[in-house]
Write a protein that binds this ligand. Structure first.
Ligand SMILES: NC(=O)c1ccc[n+]([C@@H]2O[C@H](COP(=O)([O-])OP(=O)(O)OC[C@H]3O[C@@H](n4cnc5c(N)ncnc54)[C@H](O)[C@@H]3O)[C@@H](O)[C@H]2O)c1
Length: 297
């Protein structure tokens, strides 16, 4: 695929995952417009930055259509100035700010951006959903089976997670209204950067410390890979994918850990070695996603 002319807008670009996504897309030849309400410390060469508060609908529309000195004026509705939107901006966890503010920020910006994408004729929309929709914390409410996957109904347990459930629902309806477009939700596991891996060996001492998400994680660089594969997939409509590393954060075998922490939860299929208990089979099958990084390396 010739990506040289493809423009991708990445929201939340100054954040942990956004930085990796901007770098990865720029490396793969995309023209990236990075959008965040916080100015980044650095950006890859050729990447432009737009500072915007996306809770403001007008600003969301403009970042996908026209901002003076950034990209040329486009008649509204004409597209295709922006080819794809990777929407990662959010308050990224429960408890960081009061619940109502988390919910309001996250759902407002998702609505604003999806509506703006419709106006701008953007047909590829990829957005950050969350593993929390699988029903985290599993330590409080075990999953119906392991590896957990996208097949059972979402179980948000916090206002943050509820905002992600609403995001997926907004995506479902925008996909109905824009049948030629794809709205793909990526349910990321806990995002890690290489510097985070120094703390991983300590997890082995107490498996209960990370049983809340069945010992899952995702390397930010593999999260970025998943975003690019979703942008490049021809999938229309809406689909949601669990995006996790191929392995767990632990040295002990996953089947043994699951039996110990979740004795009543059935294991489906063969769970080998330290294989992830957050199933990435759907992402493998439909996106061609194969994680490239493990904390063990
Ligand atoms: N970090 C994780 O473990 C994790 C796990 C699952 C899903 N996610 C999701 O992935 C995405 C990225 O997470 P992250 O860890 O990089 O978070 P982060 O906090 O590092 O980055 C999020 C960015 O969004 C920006 N932002 C928030 N509200 C905004 C607004 N109204 N207007 C403009 N910019 C705004 C912030 O300034 C920040 O730079 C989020 O949607 C998060 O919910 C993260």
């Amino acid at each position: 695929m010739d990506t040289a002319a493809q423009r991708v807008v990445v929201t939340g670009s100054s954040g942990k995952l956004g930085r990796a996504v901007v770098a990865h897309l720029a490396e793969h030849g995309y023209a990236v417009t990075a959008v965040d309400r916080v100015r980044p410390a650095a950006l890859p060469e050729g990447t432009q930055f737009l500072q915007a508060d996306l809770t403001d609908y007008g600003q969301a529309v403009q970042v996908l259509t026209h901002v003076d000195e950034h990209y040329g004026a486009l008649p509204v509705g004409s597209g295709p100035g922006v080819d794809a939107l990777v929407h990662l901006a959010a308050i990224p966890a429960p408890g960081l700010i009061p619940d109502a503010a988390t919910f309001a920020n996250n759902t407002a910006i998702t609505y604003n951006l999806f509506s703006a994408a419709r106006i701008a004729g953007v047909r590829r929309v990829v957005f950050a959903s969350s593993e929390t929709l699988l029903g985290l914390s599993f330590a409080d409410t075990p999953p119906p089976y392991l590896p957990a996957d996208e097949e059972y109904a979402v179980r948000p347990q916090t206002s943050y997670s509820l905002s992600k459930a609403v995001d997926e629902e907004i995506a479902r309806h925008f996909a109905r209204w824009c049948p030629e477009a794809g709205f793909l939700g990526l349910r990321f596991s806990n995002v890690m950067e290489p510097d985070d891996y120094v703390s991983f060996p300590a997890f082995d001492a107490d498996p209960s410390k990370r049983s809340w998400n069945a010992w899952g994680y995702i390397d930010a660089r593999d999260g970025a890979l998943a975003c690019r594969l979703a942008v490049e997939s021809g999938i229309t409509g809406t689909e949601n994918f669990v995006i996790a590393a191929a392995d767990s954060v632990m040295s002990r075998g996953s089947a043994e850990l699951a039996a110990e922490a979740f004795p009543d939860v059935p294991l489906r299929g063969d769970v080998e070695g330290t294989q992830t208990l957050l199933s990435i089979e759907k992402a493998r099958r439909l996106l061609g996603f194969e994680p490239q990084h493990s904390w063990r390396d």
